[in-house]
Design a protein around this ligand. Structure first.
Ligand code: SIN
Length: 328
């Protein structure tokens, strides 16, 4: 299939040259990500491949899903070295580059995905796309996955239920503080290791959106999922400033348009995918989906308040207020 695509791309380029048409130089864009194909990110990446290749003759977009090329701990360095051109790490994975995006990690900040979307599209949210340009990274847009749910082999309903248990987290100090606030033990590990860590009981639990819980089969090695919606797992679609700014302006415009359309497509699918995967996990006999009562949820909110104070100066009060405003 890939060979066929390469042959076709070469043929199209050759026809253009013979016809004397202006061809973009043959170019390869590697898009590396860590999730499965049947997820908002997997679908968005394939849509970008389709749209970008149709818009730019001679372009070969190569999508590498499932951490085949890089996991998220290395992909941004690889991008800065020019080995990867596009990635879409979770917003929790940019702490080395900016404190601002950490706003998305504050527990119990957003009421729902509509609020997340409103904040991302607001002036404050859009300004974050360029917050890492001095470090060599440009944000091309936000992509949704969804709200996170706790999972473990026992129901996690109160902060006390989490105490003493080991939870896998992404590389975010706020997520570490979120679990430490309830005397749980956060374990920073790459996404590609989560299934084995859960299966071997090296850790007790994790936090994931429905799409990741289902597509990576984490639910099969967890007896309980708590519908906690306690935080968000969304993505920043990112490229390197040297790659992006070095493109011919008309090629950059076409890629930008293809990316905006691909992100819109991924975002349109995200709610349906979350609902589908949630239902599939509810229907699975081996996993029980449980709900917190209003009192139990309030106990979590109270327990997590110190995390907000701890990180307020790093993130900036204005940004936290702008995010909170999106709940109204
Ligand atoms: C992803 O959805 O890209 C993975 C997030 C994680 O590491 O949990």
């Amino acid at each position: 299939m890939k060979l066929m695509k390469t042959v076709l791309a070469s043929a199209v380029a050759a026809v253009g040259i013979l016809a004397g048409g202006a061809q973009a130089a043959d170019m390869t864009i590697k898009f590396s990500h860590v999730v499965a194909e049947n997820t908002p990110k997997g679908k968005m990446a394939r849509k970008f491949e389709e749209l970008a290749e149709a818009a730019v003759p001679g372009l070969d977009v190569q999508v590498f899903p499932n951490s085949q090329l890089y996991d998220d701990s290395r992909v941004l360095e690889a991008m800065l070295l020019g080995d990867v051109q596009i990635a879409a790490p979770s917003l929790s994975k940019f702490q080395r580059f900016t404190n601002k995006l950490q706003v998305f990690d504050l527990p119990f900040l957003f009421d729902d995905m509509a609020a997340v979307d409103r904040f991302q599209q607001s002036e404050a949210g859009q300004s974050l796309l360029n917050s890492m340009e001095d470090k060599g990274l440009i944000g091309l847009g936000y992509l949704h996955n969804g709200m996170k749910q706790f999972s473990a082999n026992e129901p996690i309903l109160t902060p006390e239920d989490a105490a003493g248990k080991k939870f896998r987290i992404q590389t975010s100090d706020i997520l570490a503080a979120q679990f430490e606030a309830v005397d749980a033990i956060p374990v920073k590990k790459p996404f590609s290791e989560v299934f084995t860590l859960l299966q071997t009981k090296a850790i007790d639990g994790a936090e994931n959106p429905w799409s990741n819980l289902y597509s990576k089969k984490f639910f099969e090695v967890q007896d309980y999922v708590t519908e906690s919606n306690h935080g968000v797992l969304d993505y920043l679609v990112v490229t390197s400033a040297s790659f992006w700014n070095g493109l011919e302006p008309d090629v950059r415009d076409k890629l930008n348009k293809a990316m905006n359309e691909a992100i819109a497509y991924g975002n349109e699918q995200s709610a349906d995918l979350a609902a589908r995967d949630r239902q599939a996990i509810i229907d699975d006999e081996g996993t029980k989906v449980v709900q917190m009562s209003a009192e139990q949820r309030q106990a979590w909110v109270e327990a997590e308040k110190p995390v907000w104070s701890e990180f307020e100066d790093d993130i900036g009060r204005d940004l936290i207020d702008a995010a909170l405003k999106a709940n109204q």
